[in-house]
Design a protein around this ligand. Structure first.
Ligand code: XMP
Length: 523
């Protein structure tokens, strides 16, 4: 465990992870925990942030962080619901707002001298998203900023008895649209909580390699590679620590992108990894034959993947550990209000018990952008580091209908044109530098509507073929996503090339749905 961290108490807000990422950007380690699971030992916590929530403080099921455990001992910042909960619990009052405030608002500073507002400008833009409002503050608290519609937009405690200070903001400093939100969070984390800002990818690499060497010694470790960033970075980190004792397995289920299996295998070998490629495509195709239901496809893939991986893993004699590229967002036990499973994601499942492997997850504390920074620090190829996320079940969840070798061939060809074009098309980034369009989107891919056909005309012939949908999204964590506004000339060129070159496709559509309500993958 790190010597110094910020605890973020999650009350179920969509932006809790974003708060975490912002805190890390200050160079400070943080942990996100469900607000009802405050740790017994908080000695390494230098401050506490209470997140927003889909609940109103008046709802009977509203979350109630245990303030008595840390108030007065640790500096506290409540964000949105967090600030309203603090106010209400400490004797202030919160009411349903007459004007619900969503979107942009401008701050009017009431006390520019507050440590929380250091460097924040009068009229600074903030992002609001709440239906409740704090009508009156508790005794010994004062308002430090308002907006046109919200009186107590930010407040602080006025204790002068040495107790740790309490702050609250009804807006969301963590989101991009709060233009000086990062400054406000830095004020809290660094000035108020006293962070030493010593957390960085470089310090992480150094300390993690040393720790892995200590922990693993001469033990053999098995790791399943997927071609994605997370497992690749985990492999390179482990390779630095234990070299040939790391045994990597890369399973080809036949549902990777065009030519990806060979390319990725070569990339891994050039990184010096001890890796075995297993081509199990035939087995996967045989088991998927005739299946069109998305969940059934996922179940079959998950099962086959685990079986193939296990067969290979048991060949590694004397293995003691199973390493995984699990990252922090995979593990955060978010307060899932509905408790419903939307899609059953699969990654490498449990290995046979007789192998009795211990789990090694060297990236388990990192967010995605930090994993990329660590990869760069380790000198990995930029192409590999910037690769878009790709789902474990691969193209199977991008074929609407049956997964056959022919359908996979059609999709691979269309997807290859789309992805290659994204890499070739250059745009200016916000700093004016020329970058590939590929780097400006979170994730992109083609989807084959194999169960749909439409009429077209090619030359003088009537065609009756499948549509392909292109999907490209902007996101920071895949929890929410917006469709990417790709240039029209780019889309026109890609559509043309796909219809002209890919046999079996006579129509191309662009998916303009955001998540929610749609998901990134179609199945
Ligand atoms: P959705 O479609 O749920 O996807 O919006 C969110 C992110 O997760 C990826 N994804 C998967 N990743 N195994 C994975 O490892 C899976 O079964 C899986 N399904 C979706 C998806 O590509 C996106 O990045």
């Amino acid at each position: 465990m790190r010597a110094e961290k910020i605890l973020i108490l999650d009350c179920g807000s969509q932006t809790t992870q974003l708060i975490g990422r912002r805190v890390r950007e200050t160079g400070t380690f943080c942990e996100i925990i469900p607000c009802n699971k405050y740790p017994d030992d908080d000695s390494d916590a230098i401050g506490v942030i209470i997140s927003g929530s889909p609940f109103s403080v008046h709802d009977k099921d509203a979350f109630q962080p245990p303030l008595e455990r840390f108030l007065g001992r640790k500096p506290v910042l409540g964000i949105c619901y967090g600030s309203q909960y603090l106010s209400q619990a400490l004797g202030g009052s919160v009411a349903r707002a007459e004007i619900r405030e969503y979107g942009r608002a401008l701050l009017s500073l009431k006390d520019a001298g507050s440590p929380l507002l250091r460097g924040i400008d009068e009229g600074s833009q903030v992002w609001m998203s709440h239906g409740d409002t704090i009508v009156s503050l508790p005794a010994n608290f004062r308002c430090i900023a308002s907006t046109a519609d919200v009186l107590n937009a930010a407040f602080e405690s006025e204790h002068s008895d040495g107790r740790a200070p309490i702050y609250g903001v009804q807006f969301h400093p963590e989101v991009f649209h709060s233009t000086q939100g990062m400054q406000l969070l830095r004020n809290f984390v660094v000035d108020i909580c006293g962070s030493s800002c010593s957390w960085s990818p470089a310090s992480f690499v150094e300390s993690t390699i040393a720790q892995l060497k200590r922990e693993l010694g001469d033990d053999k470790v098995i790791l399943g590679l997927s071609g994605g960033v997370d497992s690749s970075v985990a492999a390179v980190l482990l390779n630095r620590a234990i070299g040939k004792n790391l045994n990597c397995i890369f399973v080809n289920h036949g549902l990777l992108r065009k030519d990806e299996y060979g390319q990725v295998l070569a990339d891994y070998r050039s990184l010096g990894l001890n890796i075995r490629g297993v081509d199990a495509s035939d087995r996967f195709f045989a088991d998927l034959a005739g299946v069109t239901d998305p969940e059934q496809k996922r179940k079959i893939l998950g099962r086959d993947f685990v079986e193939v991986f296990n067969e290979e893993a048991t060949r590694v004699e004397g293995a003691k550990w199973l390493a995984q590229g699990t990252i922090y967002p995979d593990r955060i036990e978010s307060l899932n209000i509905s408790g419903k499973v939307i899609k059953s994601h699969h990654n490498v499942g449990g290995l046979p018990e007789k192998m009795q492997l211990k789990l090694c997850e060297p990236l388990k504390w990192l967010f995605k952008d930090e994993v990329r920074a660590v990869g760069m620090q380790l000198g990995m190829p930029v192409q590999l580091i910037k690769r878009h996320p790709f789902p474990g079940p691969g193209l199977a969840v991008r074929i609407i209908g049956e997964v056959t070798p022919e359908n996979v061939r059609i999709l691979q060809d269309a997807d290859d044109i789309f992805i290659r074009s994204l890499r070739e098309y250059m745009v200016k980034d916000s700093a004016g530098a020329s970058v590939p369009l590929y780097d400006c989107v979170w994730q992109a891919g083609a989807v084959l509507l194999a169960s749909v056909r439409s009429v077209g005309v090619m030359g003088d012939e009537r065609s009756y073929e499948h549509p392909v949908a292109l999907r490209a999204v902007c996101s920071t964590d895949a929890m929410t996503a917006d469709w990417a506004d790709l240039p029209h000339d780019f889309l026109a060129k890609v559509s043309n090339e796909i219809i002209n070159k890919v046999r079996g496709v006579n129509r191309v559509c662009y998916d303009i749905s955001s998540k929610p309500p749609a998901t990134i993958e179609w199945e």
